[in-house]
Design a protein around this ligand. Structure first.
Ligand code: CP3
Length: 328
């Protein structure tokens, strides 16, 4: 592998410049992604066909020159064997809400998404930057399960915690088993780092997060770190300790304060990419200057939006890669 800046930054080893990648970097803001998806006949076909999943994983590397690749898939893909009828439109859509683990296939069913592990193995043969594997957290996945898909306000899962706490615990325990097994498989296939997306856990109170989520997350993170891979925990909202190698934080955080707690990733508001390229350059420099050095991975504070102008995504990456880094 030629470029290991991303892994070096996570290990807090000296870096010659800052590594950068973009959450949701393979996606609809790229015309070549839209063309490949069209050819494939939809998003799920892209995920299920390793040749095409490899192709769309690599597209943002060619276009932007980012320092890490992220497996092309979705947080709901490991649920396909256990939840018949799950589709994307473009967000997840289920035939019915799932609020209990009763009647679901055992977590080992996740072995059936062999196309994911094959995509990882194929990518490792092609890439000269590190490959990130990923999954959603049990709570974030449960949020979509309990709604039966995407919703404007995600209230069904938060209600479930109080209407049927025992059932919520068993659903989360089932997801913990599935998520850990799925991520282990990705690491065994060659993923060199793992990011866990907790897009909606920040909606929970500290008390509910501690009661329902934190113990399982700490077990998942510890087991993966035991395998020797760095684990990035990305959350919207509060920065909550789950024993991760690094934390991905959104734009509501003071980056320097987050960095003092350990290695950090983020945190430009994706909306900034709708300004002019000059504004993007200024914003990236201002964001990165206080934390420039190892232990920092430049990224957005959440996924890039589908309508983002390409020249602004390019300005984001180029500027990140030119920020001066103090020599140690
Ligand atoms: O490039 C990458 O980052 C890899 C691919 C990736 C996708 N989804 C592909 C995708 C990753 C890492 C995800 C994670 C994901 N999926 C999250 C966590 C990150 C976050 O944004 O909070 C969540 C909550 C989901 C659930 C999901 N999947 C939603 C809400 C949607 C629809 C809206 C949207 O954001 O696109 C999807 C569909 C999806 N997942 C698409 C892609 C490229 C769009 C599908 C299409 O092209 O038709």
């Amino acid at each position: 592998m030629g470029n290991d800046l991303f892994l070096r930054a996570l290990r807090e080893e000296p870096v010659t410049r800052l590594p950068v990648w973009v959450m949701r970097q393979a996606g609809r803001y790229l015309p070549e992604y839209r063309a490949t998806k069209e050819k494939a006949g939809g998003f799920l076909n892209l995920c299920r066909t390793p040749d095409l999943a490899v192709e769309v994983t690599i597209q943002p590397l060619r276009r932007l020159g980012v320092d890490a690749a992220i497996l092309f898939s979705d947080i709901m893909v490991p649920l396909l064997p256990a939840v018949p009828g799950l589709t994307f439109a473009p967000g997840p859509k289920l035939p019915r809400a799932v609020t209990s683990a009763d009647g679901l296939a055992p977590p080992e069913a996740v072995d059936e998404v062999e196309f994911v592990y094959e995509t990882v193995r194929m990518l490792r043969r092609e890439l000269d930057v590190p490959l990130i594997g990923f999954a959603g957290t049990p709570a974030t996945v449960a949020t979509y399960l309990a709604e039966g898909g995407s919703a404007k306000h995600f209230t069904a899962f938060r209600k479930l915690l109080h209407v049927a706490p025992g059932q919520a615990h068993t659903l989360l325990a089932w997801l913990e088993g599935l998520t850990l097994r799925y991520l282990r498989r990705q690491v065994e296939a060659g993923a060199q780092a793992v990011q866990i997306f907790d897009s909606w856990g920040g909606e929970l109170s500290s008390h509910d997060f501690e009661t329902f989520c934190a113990p399982g997350l700490r077990r998942i993170v510890a087991a993966l770190r035991e395998m020797g891979v760095p684990v990035i925990f990305f959350a919207r909202g509060p920065l909550r300790d789950v024993g991760a190698t690094a934390y991905g934080v959104d734009w509501t955080h003071d980056l320097a304060a987050a960095r003092r707690r350990g290695p950090v990733q983020g945190n430009l508001d994706p909306a900034v990419l709708f300004g002019t390229p000059e504004q993007v350059v200024a914003a990236v420099r201002e964001m990165a200057a206080p934390v420039a050095g190892t232990g920092y991975v430049v990224n957005l504070g959440h996924g890039i939006w589908p309508e983002t102008p390409l020249e602004c995504a390019q300005a984001f990456v180029e500027t990140a890669q030119s920020v001066p880094v103090p020599t140690e």
